[in-house]
Design a protein around this ligand. Structure first.
Ligand code: GYE
Length: 327
């Protein structure tokens, strides 16, 4: 029903010569409440990290200001819960489904069901590995391979004069998730050019502080000679800092630490000298998501991939950025 109205609205826009339809990377408008209000089913991964909390807030607030009715579902890091949520959105005949897939594989069946029901799907934050890219309209989120490369590039520069081997331990994100796969791959590619860089242990910490601490404790017990920790997110890095301090070592000095995200707690640890470098990954996807959703529901063309803009932070840069950090 709403689609028909939306089509009429879209036609009216074209007739009025307003044009538009490209340039989706701008931040949200927030003025769309009213006649063309849409219903979005959003399946979130969970609440595993500071990044995720900020992302949820961004999606909820942007929906509100864009006049999008949001049906929000928390999957508690379980794919089966996400599949259930998507099926329930299909049953409820929402106008658009957006979700952040906890892992990359295993989505084809449910995405096909959404396609058969003619409900457009937008991937936010994380990708799926489906061969059939017609199963979703667009993917909005970071380039995780690039993030891994940035982490590796800092390390290569930091140790450019070192002759001895550099022993690295890695705390991976959730097994099978796009950010864990890609951050690992990007990092490995860059450091792989020099054999002195050795990843001596690599394990998942599931993107949580508690697991990051636990796995780092185990790493410290079995490896007396760790030079560097690469954690796929701030939260695992923060947990690991507790483990390192607990083992009587100084994080940031005895063991250099690189993380990804740049949430406030991570930036504080960076400014305090406990982390050495953070690659930013922005969780503020809400405004762009609402813009894309409105276009997709109207049947307008959207780019198949919208990449978030991000930077990196040294300790000095963190000190400057902290006071105005939003999340
Ligand atoms: O880096 C991590 C979160 O998918 C980009 O998920 C996201 C990642 C983020 O739990 O902190």
């Amino acid at each position: 029903m709403l689609k028909k109205i939306s089509l009429l609205v879209a036609a009216a826009v074209v007739l009025a010569g307003c044009g538009g339809g490209d340039g989706t990377t701008s931040a949200g408008t927030g003025t769309g409440a009213g006649d063309d209000s849409i219903v979005m089913g959003f399946s979130q991964v969970g609440a595993e990290s500071g990044w995720r909390t900020a992302n949820t807030k961004s999606v909820q607030e942007s929906a509100k200001s864009a006049g999008v009715e949001l049906k929000f579902s928390d999957a508690q890091q379980k794919q089966e819960n996400q599949i259930k949520a998507l099926r329930s959105f299909i049953q409820q005949k929402v106008d658009v489904i957006a979700f952040s897939p906890v892992v990359e594989s295993g989505w084809d069946t449910v995405l096909k069901e959404a396609q058969n029901a003619k409900i457009p799907v937008i991937l936010t934050d994380r990708a799926v590995d489906s061969k059939d890219t017609s199963l979703y309209k667009t993917f909005l989120g970071s380039d995780f391979v690039e993030e891994g490369k940035k982490a590796g590039q800092w390390l290569v520069e930091e140790y450019k004069d070192a002759k001895d081997p550099v022993n690295i331990v890695e705390l991976q994100g959730t097994t099978g998730s796009a950010p864990a796969n890609d951050r690992k791959a990007g990092f490995a590619e860059v450091i792989g050019a020099d054999p002195k860089f050795k990843i001596i242990a690599s394990q998942t910490g599931d993107f949580t502080r508690a697991k990051g601490k636990e796995v780092m404790e185990a790493f410290l017990k079995s490896n007396p000679d760790i030079d560097v920790l690469y954690a796929h997110n701030d939260d695992m890095g923060l947990g690991a800092i507790e483990a390192i301090e607990g083992a009587g070592k100084t994080p940031g000095t005895d063991i250099k630490i690189i993380t990804v995200d740049a949430v406030k707690d991570g930036m504080q640890a960076l400014a305090d000298g406990k982390i050495n470098y953070i690659v930013e990954c922005s969780p503020l996807l809400g405004p762009q998501l609402m813009d894309l959703a409105k276009k997709v529901v109207k049947g307008e063309q959207v780019p198949p991939r919208v990449v978030t803009e991000e930077t990196t932070f040294t300790q000095e840069q963190a000190k400057q950025a902290l006071p105005s950090r939003q999340y």
